[in-house]
Design a protein around this ligand. Structure first.
Ligand SMILES: Cc1ncc(COP(=O)(O)O)c(C=O)c1O
Length: 420
C-alpha cells in the first residue's frame, strides 16, 4: 500500500490503512510486515542530505511539497513510530501524530509545549490520577495555574464563567477527559471547542485537548467535533494486550510541530519496539473494542439488576432524555467497556468483592484483552484527596471494571460469584 491514502479519490477506511499505510515492503526484502527498526541512528547518503534533514527537523527551513523529512536519530524519528503515527492520525482524521513513552509523557510533553508561566488551564474533573497530580502539583511550580471543573450537566456554563474570569490572554488550554476516569461522566466536546474558538484572541488561540483513552479511536473522534488535540494512553485500548506502555497525540501540523519539538528535547518518545507493537495492535483495535463493548453491555445490565450494587456508571445505561445521554448520542458511536459501580457497604464490601474474582484480575490499567478490576479511591486515584473524589462522584464503594474479550458466560459467572 506504500504511502497511498486513497484510491480513485476515495480515501481508504482506517481499518484498511492500519494494515499497510506508510510501509513499502520493497524497502524491507518484501516482508509483509514492517521489521522493527532497532537502531539509534540513521546513515546519511551525503553530508548535504544530513544538513537538509536537520533543517527540516528543527524547522529552520520549510519542507518542499512532497519532500521526505528524512530519518536522523530515533529520538527525533524512526520508521516504526512514523508508520504508527500516520495510521492513527488517519483514524482520528487529523494531520499528524506523535508517539510517546507513556500516556503521561504524551500529556506532560504537550502541556509543557503549549504553556508558559502565567498561563491558565481549565480542565474537566475527575481526570486520571497522574494527570491530576501533574495539574495540581507540577504545572503550578512553573507558574501555570489549573482549575478543575466537575463534569456534569452544567459543565459548559461553568467553564464559560471561569473562562471569562481568567480572560482569553491567560487561558491557553481547555483539557477534557471524556468519558472521565473512573466515573464515565461525559462533557460536550463540540460545545467546548466552539466556546474555545469564540473566546480565542490574537496569535495564541485557546487549545482544546481531549484525553480520548476510554473510547478512541473507534467510538469517539474528538477532532471531527472541533477539538484541536487528541491524546491517548496507548497503553490501554490501542496497545490492547497489557504488554506495553505508550502514549500518542494527534492533531494539526502546527501544534504537532511544537509538541514534537518538545518531545525531541525531553526525549519522551516511544521506543522503536513499542512502535512496532503498536502497529501490530492497531490492526485489531476495532475488533477488540467492539467485542469488549459487547461483553460490557451485558455485564453492565447484570450489575444494574444486582441487589448488592447501588449504582452503575456506564454510557450504555445513561437515562433516556438525560443530558449525559444527549452528549453520548451526539459524540460517541459505542459505549466502550469501562464500567464503574458502587457496591453497598463502602470500601470493606468493595474489597471483599475484589478479593473474590477469579477470571477477572485484580490489577490497575484498562483496555487490554483480559478483564481487570480495581478500586480507584485507593489505587489509580490515590493521589487525589478523598473529599475531592467524593465531589467528583468517586466514593469508597466504587469499583472500576475494564471488560475484556473472554467468553461472556465466564465473566457473568465470575461477577456473580464476587458479588453474591
Ligand atoms: C484516561 C487516562 N489517561 C492517561 C493515563 C496515563 O497513561 P500511562 O499509564 O500510559 O502513562 C491513564 C492511565 O491509566 C488513563 O486512564
Amino acid at each position: 500500500m506504500k504511502r497511498t491514502h486513497s484510491s480513485g479519490g476515495r480515501p481508504f477506511n482506517p481499518e484498511t490503512l492500519a494494515l499497510g499505510y506508510g510501509y513499502d515492503p520493497s524497502l524491507s526484502q518484501g516482508a509483509i510486515k514492517p521489521p522493527v527498526f532497532l537502531t539509534s541512528t540513521f546513515q546519511f547518503e551525503s553530508a548535504a542530505h544530513g544538513k537538509r534533514f536537520f533543517e527540516l527537523a528543527y524547522g529552520l527551513k520549510d519542507r518542499e511539497k512532497g519532500e521526505d523529512p528524512g530519518l536522523i536519530y530515533s529520538r527525533l524519528n524512526n520508521p516504526n513510530l512514523q508508520m504508527f503515527e500516520e495510521r492513527l492520525a488517519a483514524w482520528d482524521q487529523t494531520e499528524k501524530g506523535a508517539a510517546f513513552a507513556s500516556g503521561m509523557s504524551a500529556i506532560s510533553t504537550s502541556m509543557l509545549a503549549l504553556l508558559q508561566p502565567g498561563d491558565h488551564v481549565l480542565s474537566s474533573a475527575p481526570v486520571y490520577g497522574g494527570t491530576h497530580f501533574l495539574f495540581e502539583n507540577i504545572l503550578p511550580r512553573f507558574g501555570i495555574e489549573v482549575t478543575q471543573i466537575p463534569a456534569g450537566d452544567d459543565f459548559v456554563a461553568q467553564l464559560a464563567a471561569q473562562a471569562e474570569q481568567i480572560g482569553p490572554e491567560k487561558l491557553r488550554v481547555i483539557y477534557l477527559e471524556t468519558p472521565a476516569n473512573p466515573s464515565n461522566l461525559m462533557v460536550d466536546i463540540e460545545a467546548v471547542s466552539a466556546l474555545a474558538r469564540r473566546l480565542s484572541v490574537g496569535e495564541r488561540p485557546i487549545v482544546t485537548a481531549v484525553d480520548n483513552t476510554f473510547l478512541g479511536p473507534v467510538f469517539q473522534r474528538p477532532a471531527a467535533l472541533g477539538a484541536d488535540l487528541v491524546i491517548y494512553s496507548a497503553t490501554k485500548f490501542i496497545g490492547g494486550h497489557s504488554d506495553l506502555i505508550a502514549g500518542v497525540v494527534t492533531g494539526p501540523e502546527g501544534l504537532l510541530k511544537e509538541i514534537t519539538a518538545m518531545r525531541t528535547i525531553l526525549g519522551t518518545m516511544a521506543t522503536p519496539f513499542s512502535g512496532w507493537l503498536l502497529l501490530r495492535s492497531l490492526e485489531t483495535v476495532s475488533i477488540r473494542m467492539r467485542r469488549q463493548a459487547k461483553n460490557a453491555r451485558a455485564l453492565a445490565q447484570l450489575l444494574a439488576e444486582h441487589p448488592k450494587v447501588e449504582r452503575v456508571y456506564y454510557p450504555g445505561l445513561f437515562e433516556e432524555g438525560s443530558a449525559q445521554k444527549l452528549i453520548y448520542d451526539k459524540q460517541c458511536t459505542g459505549p466502550g467497556s469501562l464500567i464503574a459501580f458502587d457496591v453497598a457497604g463502602g470500601e470493606e464490601a468493595a474489597f471483599r468483592a475484589l478479593d473474590r474474582f477469579e477470571v477477572i484480575r485484580l490489577a490497575v490499567s484498562l483496555g487490554g484483552t483480559e478483564s481487570l478490576v480495581e478500586h480507584p479511591r485507593s489505587m489509580t486515584h490515590a493521589d487525589v484527596p478523598p473529599e475531592m473524589l467524593q465531589r467528583f462522584g468517586v466514593g469508597p464503594g466504587l469499583i472500576r471494571l475494564s471488560v475484556g474479550i473472554e467468553h461472556l458466560s465466564d465473566l457473568k459467572r465470575d461477577l456473580r460469584h464476587a458479588l453474591d
